[in-house]
Design a protein around this ligand. Structure first.
Ligand code: SF4
Length: 85
């Protein structure tokens, strides 16, 4: 095995491992859900806005749009008030 082929194998193994980690992350996040970091989730309200009055909130601690768990008192930038479309 030459130095170049050893490098190719290592690079291939590294790419395969990275793809596996990415796939595992997507599976944990659930289909169509965004990560908490992506939506700037915080575990406290934003003024009067909070998860428990947000349309996608699923009691006791899940959200239709964001990977949970989320707090009733939490908030994120895709907050959707109960009267909003
Ligand atoms: S504020 Fe964000 S995390 Fe909380 S229920 Fe609404 S969409 Fe989900």
């Amino acid at each position: 095995m030459t130095q170049n082929s050893a490098f190719s194998l290592s690079r291939r193994a590294l790419l395969a491992a990275a793809a596996a980690v990415a796939a595992a992350g997507r599976a944990a996040a659930g289909p169509g859900k965004r990560s908490q970091a992506e939506v700037a989730y915080q575990d406290h309200p934003h003024g009067a806005e909070r998860c428990e009055i947000c349309a996608p909130f699923l009691p006791p601690d899940q959200c239709r749009l964001v990977v949970g768990p989320v707090s009733r008192q939490g908030w994120c930038k895709v907050f959707t008030g109960p009267d909003e479309p």
